[in-house]
Design a protein around this ligand. Structure first.
Ligand code: ADP
Length: 149
């Protein structure tokens, strides 16, 4: 069986925490489709195109990872991709509660399974929100962004 997962999120921006989840996800899945959600009500700092290009560059040499934009429900996006799994990351109890309710809702909607990976402890404090704040205050955000090969 070709195990395919989507990794949906806002990725505003895509951090080394997200990157680590994808790399570890590749140990479990044959293929991962990173989906940048278009319909988030969150006000974005980085444009969809900037985010798409940045992530595509990171995985340029990884044929098992694709990055696309999507709108609508995550379960519909998964079905369109032919993915059997949703990959997500967990940093904290707050993340856990949120991910649990999303996973339950998605399971009920379409039967899809969510696979959660715990953050590496050294990345537990890294969030897109933190990186956006640093960026807005003209601080160097490179240490939080995955390197492009
Ligand atoms: P969303 O807006 O859907 O929450 P995010 O882009 O904030 O999307 O995050 C996408 C996924 O990555 C979520 O499951 C989130 O918990 C996870 N994630 C974010 N930062 C980290 C990190 N530092 N370590 C592990 N997982 C993370």
């Amino acid at each position: 069986m070709n195990r395919k997962a989507i990794f949906p999120g806002s990725f505003d921006p895509f951090t080394i925490g997200h990157h680590d989840i994808v790399m570890r996800g590749l140990e479990i899945f044959d293929e991962i489709i990173i989906g940048i959600g278009r319909n988030s009500t969150k006000q974005a700092t980085f444009s969809l195109e900037e985010r798409l290009e940045a992530i595509q560059r990171v995985f340029e040499h990884e044929p098992r990872v694709r990055t696309v934009l999507y709108s609508g429900l995550t379960v519909d996006f998964a079905a369109d991709c032919g993915a059997q799994f949703i990959l997500r990351g967990v940093r904290s109890v707050q993340d856990f509660e949120y991910e649990r309710s999303m996973a339950e809702a998605n399971k009920q909607l379409s039967g899809i399974e969510t696979v959660l990976l715990y953050t590496r402890p050294e990345y537990a404090h890294i969030s897109s929100t933190l990186v956006r704040d640093l960026h807005l205050h003209n601080k160097d955000i490179q240490p939080y962004l995955p390197t492009t090969k």
